[in-house]
Ligand binder design. Structure first.
Ligand code: CA
Length: 232
């Protein structure tokens, strides 16, 4: 699949906003197909097999969450959700249901375009997902050797810190929710213990960031989770 020829499905019930987004994305060379309800969106996915979905969570018929849940039963298509501001619960739920990323309205179309590009790149790049070596900016991690470097400097991490960093770096550029991190690092019975995350993210920032108070890589997504950003 050529990234530029990718077919994007836009599920959005606001006609003006849909028009604006369609035009912007078409100008980037993408092919666009649109739906204004959740049910219509699900039909379009089956019939036209788009490469990525931009999904508004507030739809007139079925809830955006329902759209994600029913898609994830049979499809791994990348999904970016759009949400109104200050709806952190909605966003977290959408990500836990299987959405890949989110934007809150109003957002810059430049950011939307870069998120779309990143997701399409990820889909084309990692067929088996069995990569052993990751690099984000100055941070390098070798999973089998359990080796972490910042530039040339080797950094010693505890097992928990290493596990946390390896999850974030596998999802580099994308948000990972509190629940996903707690579940994968500590286990399902720890999903309420988000203070663990704050403590261990603090440790990681002290070990990996030049200025832990103003992190360049380990970013907080308020109320939602964390994102390891390529600080380069
Ligand atoms: Ca809407």
């Amino acid at each position: 699949m050529s990234v530029n020829k990718a077919l994007l499905l836009l599920i959005e019930d606001d006609p003006q906003f849909q028009m604006l987004l369609s035009t912007t994305l078409e100008n980037q060379g993408y092919q666009i197909v649109t739906a204004t309800t959740g049910k219509e969106g699900l039909i379009v996915v089956r019939n036209q097999q788009p490469n990525l979905i931009v999904l508004d969570l507030g739809l007139p018929d079925i809830d955006g969450q329902e759209v994600i849940r029913s898609l994830r039963k049979w499809s791994e298509i990348p999904i970016i959700v759009l949400s109104a501001r200050h709806q952190e619960n909605e966003i977290t739920q959408a990500l836990d249901n299987g959405a890949d990323d989110y934007l809150t309205k109003p957002f810059s179309t430049a950011v939307l375009i870069s998120r779309i590009k990143a997701l399409l790149r990820r889909v084309t790049k990692i067929p088996g997902g069995s990569q052993e070596y990751f690099q984000v900016g100055e941070i390098k991690i070798e999973l089998t050797k359990r080796l972490v470097l910042v530039g040339e400097r080797e950094v010693s991490l505890t097992p928990i810190e290493f596990k946390l960093l390896s999850i974030l770096i596998r999802h580099a550029g994308f948000v990972v929710t509190h629940r996903q991190l707690l579940e994968q690092v500590w286990g399902a019975s720890y999903i309420e213990h988000s203070h663990y995350l704050r403590i261990y993210m603090g440790h990681l920032r002290h070990k990996l960031e030049a200025d832990p108070a103003r992190p360049k890589y380990l970013l907080t997504e308020a109320g939602v989770g964390y994102r390891l950003q390529d600080g380069g």
